[in-house]
Design a protein around this ligand. Sequence first.
Ligand code: UD1
Ligand code: CA
Length: 455
Amino acid sequence: MSASPCLAVILAAGKGTRMKSDLPKVMHPLAGAPLIAHVLEAVREAEIGRVCAVVGPEMQSVGEAVKAVVPAAEIAVQEQQLGTADAVKAAGSAIAKEDGPVIVIYGDTPLLGAETLVALRDALEAGADLTVIGFEADNPTGYGRLLIDKSGALTGIREEKDADEAERALTLCNSGIMGFRSGEVLATLLARISNHNAKGEYYLTDAVSLARASGLQAKMLRAEMRDVLGVNSRGELAEAEAAIQTRLRSKFMADGATLIAPETVFFSHDTTIGRDVLIEPNVIFGPGVVIGDGVTIRGFSHIAGARIEAGATVGPFARLRPGAAIGEGAHIGNFVEIKQSDIAAGAKVNHLTYVGDASVGANANIGAGTITCNYDGIAKHRTEIGAGAFIGSNSSLVAPVKIGEGAYIGSGSVISKNVAPDALAVTRAPQEERASWAARHRARGARNAGRNKKT
Ligand code: UD1
Ligand code: CA
């Protein structure tokens, strides 16, 4: 934790009307984690010791998402959504206690990196009273515009709805990230903010002109738009997703993974990948995936909550669900689904198989079309397959059941009782053969067709 005190106030009480959703806006996922979790991750990485998140009433899920990343965070409730300055006021008691800088961050700015926050804190510690992170927008629609005077000084922020035509043409925008030298400076400015504007809201952005009017110094630091993009709509959520995926792909390639078609691979915020991993096109990672060195993930695989050890091969068209643990050098082939199961080193599950709630011993071979029947309609049961066992194709293993080490299961068997090590178990009906039956069958068919024609 950083030696110098600093408070981050995260605003997340807005309804997010433009998302047209029952879910609070900041809870919409980006690379598998809520928007607000990304913001908090940056705050944590910047070693900002104190965090206060402002949530709306009945937004318990938001408070929980905050505490999942920063357990010590304070949660303040803004009863009515009267604007960003009003939301900051809801964090008043946390702000009053802060002698060091206070940084206000909007919970809908998920691409924010720790380096931007560190630069802002440095500027405040160097004596700036108020500092705003600005950016040059390709399309400034929806953002507040930064007003700069002839000497290059920041004089105010104009919200889009209050802007005249000339102001709307400005492309230097407010990212929403704003720092204050101390809790006291912020509290003094907050007390003066009114709601005399187009939206009838208390705008935090008015703090800039008020600071100037009372002789305080207001500064601007620049960031790249891709780092401070605000998410207000589903379209912007998709833009943010594209940006974060680009970042994750670059990071994994830099760390030594080969992505044949990076733009077709989708990662989760927490995916972990070793060196010399090959990922073929069209692979999707859900949360909680850890991949060891030298693993190959072949095309069109979907992987979530799975651990894949060194040298294993997965796919193409494999589905690994939570709790799948694939051992060293194991092979998981096409149209195979694995859930809550340990597949030990060197085991092969190569074709058209469902393995759920099971353990598969080292070097076992699971034939094509094997199904672990883990669910009886009421409860789930386990299947244990010993090391070196051979499960013949198209077998059903009705759990709970154990197949001993080195045992063989004849193809097409339905196994509902335990099988001893090194035994053969087979439950097929004996094969019957009727000589020339097919020829007689065809002859009968031909006679009938002839008769039908005459009538
Ligand atoms: C805000 C800024 C704008 C800036 C943009 C950057 C204001 C007035 N405008 O506009 O200058 O360019 O962000 O993305 O600040 N919130 C509350 N309570 C409220 C209102 C909002 O907690 O009463 C929270 C929202 O949950 C959100 C954040 O504050 O996380 C920003 O609110 P939003 O409505 O998205 O502001 P913008 O219109 O994007
Ligand atoms: Ca916003």
